[in-house]
Ligand binder design. Structure first.
Ligand code: URP
Ligand code: ZN
Ligand code: ZN
Ligand code: ZN
Length: 499
């Protein structure tokens, strides 16, 4: 076969161990791992001496070419996945979000059409549940059993568009549990936000800072706690997307300490920048940071979220990559409520996390692999195919140079968007080579991707890793009841009806 690659001399880093080893990939799969490998003549060889060889990043959360707020996000499945691999991410998980006129299944078909033609790396899909009825429940079943989707996101915000009520959320979570899937939540109190937005308008606050002021942190923490509570009542595992604040993260931590199966996902934006940007004197600059939940005007938030990633309270990282150019953001130039919500991140996530996490001494290289790749692979049921350098795993890996440096800038990034929220950030530690399915797709700053070459990943119908945890928890609960068995005597007296 023509597709043979040997990565020689590097230190292979997985989430649980590191070892000096060569990696031999053939036909897209890692076939050998170790020293002094015997490989066929003519195999392309890359020297990784002094560098780290890690599983490619998994971005748990993207929105490529998403129709949203009267426009469509500019990074599509081509530029989005090109930027991903340029930054060391080799798998992305995007969200099927049906429009008002579309069924969930129709939206799924549309997402597959858009993505399959363009993706340069493998991808999987989550699905958003934006209305609740019998048909949606049936579609969830089809997506799970036939289409390889088992993670479903509900919105507690975007009132009148995507937002569900608590009883509907309960139903979705119960269905997820029945299907062996995992529920995901956008946790913000959308009803109160809408009221606060009106207050801002009355006060004459129309600029991007109004976005922050109408979405206080308490509303994220409250909704996070409410979602966790509903998940507990339905005994459904829960994944909280885009954790943007300290107090919301605390709710996730507290639930995990009690043994509930809850995962939290900070994103590159919440780890790498902050909400002081909403007060920037340049409208475009401030509007570029508008996303929901908002970045917090508290420089301590990013480091705090990084600490929780380091101690395992938060689990995986994504980006919520959903980019809009200046002319699109300008839809809200007179009213912050109309600024399309979304920021970049797919290209810079790994460099940002290495710089803010490993360079600061909070994470070691193994933890870096855990929070950028392995944990996501486990939660979303693609492990060890993805998220691990091992014989039999997909040949998706990166060569990481701890000494390499760059300054992030929109003028040099591979994303289609005209702004980068990490502009000017100096990163130390970068992927210098990205390998997708055994093919070098990024090297020496050059992309060599093939449009449409990525494959759709079925995350299969039963979320094994997640349910292992859930069942363990249930066993403990049953044991608890058994030990505290109450022999209650039946009531034998008189029953008095006072009505
Ligand atoms: O502002 C955001 N987050 N835009 C993308 C949609 C979502 O809520 O994830
Ligand atoms: Zn969201
Ligand atoms: Zn500016
Ligand atoms: Zn999102």
């Amino acid at each position: 076969s023509q597709q043979r690659l040997l990565i020689k001399g590097g230190r292979v880093v997985n989430d649980d161990a590191s070892t000096l080893a060569d990696v031999y990939i053939e036909d897209g799969i890692i076939k050998q791992l170790g020293l002094n490998l015997v490989v066929p003549n003519g195999t392309k060889t890359i020297d990784a001496t002094g560098k780290l060889v890690m599983p490619g990043g998994i971005d748990t959360h993207t929105h490529f070419e998403l129709p949203f707020m009267g426009t469509r996000s500019v990074d599509d499945f081509l530029t989005g996945t090109q930027a991903a691999v340029a930054g060391g991410t080799t798998t992305i998980l995007d969200f099927v979000i049906p429009s008002k006129e579309q069924s969930l299944l129709e939206a799924y078909v549309q997402w597959r059409e858009r993505a399959d033609a363009k993706v340069c790396c493998d991808y999987g899909l989550h699905a958003a549940i934006t209305t609740w009825n019998e048909q949606v429940a049936k579609d969830m079943e089809v997506l799970t059993k036939e289409k390889g989707i088992n993670s479903f996101k509900v919105f507690m915000a975007y009132k009148g568009v995507f937002m569900l009520q608590d009883d509907e959320i309960f139903q979705v979570f119960a269905k997820c549990r029945e299907l062996g899937g995992i529920a995901m939540v956008h946790a913000e109190n959308g009803s109160v936000i809408t009221e606060l937005e009106k207050e801002m308008a009355q006060l004459g606050i129309t600029g991007p800072e109004g976005h922050l002021l109408s979405r206080p942190e308490q509303l994220e923490a409250e909704a996070t706690n409410r979602a966790i509570t509903i998940a507990e009542q339905t005994r459904c595992p829960l994944y909280v997307v885009h954790v943007m604040s300290k107090t919301a993260a605390d709710k996730v931590t507290a639930a995990r300490l009690k043994g509930q199966v809850v995962f939290g996902e900070p994103i590159a934006a919440s780890l790498g920048t902050d909400g002081s940007q909403y007060f920037n004197r340049c409208w475009r600059h401030a509007a570029a940071h508008v996303m929901s939940p908002p970045l917090r005007d508290d420089a301590a938030t990013g480091p705090y979220l990084m600490d929780l990633l380091a101690n395992g309270s938060l689990s995986a990282t994504g980006t919520d990559h959903c980019t809009f150019n200046a002319n699109q953001k300008a839809l809200g130039k007179d009213d912050f409520r109309k600024i399309p919500n979304g920021v970049n991140g797919v290209e810079d996530r790994l460099a940002v996390i290495w710089t803010k996490g490993v360079e600061t001494g909070k994470l070691d290289a193994n933890q870096f692999v855990a929070v950028t790749s392995a944990n996501a692979a486990r939660i979303f049921n693609i492990y060890p195919r993805k998220g691990r350098i091992a014989v039999g795993s997909d040949g998706d890996c990166i060569i990481w140079d701890r000494e390499a440096k760059k300054t992030i800038s929109a003028s040099t990034h591979h994303q289609a968007c005209d702004f980068n929220i990490f502009e000017g950030m100096e990163c130390r530690g970068l992927p210098v080579v990205t390998v997708v399915a055994g093919k070098v797709v990024y090297e020496n700053g050059q992309l060599n991707t093939v449009q449409g070459s990525g494959k759709y990943l079925e995350t299969t119908c039963f979320a094994e890793y997640v349910y292992q945890k859930l069942y363990k928890r249930e066993e403990l609960r049953d044991q608890h009841y058994k030990e505290r068995k109450i022999e209650r005597e039946p009531y034998t007296g008189e029953v008095v009806d006072i009505t």
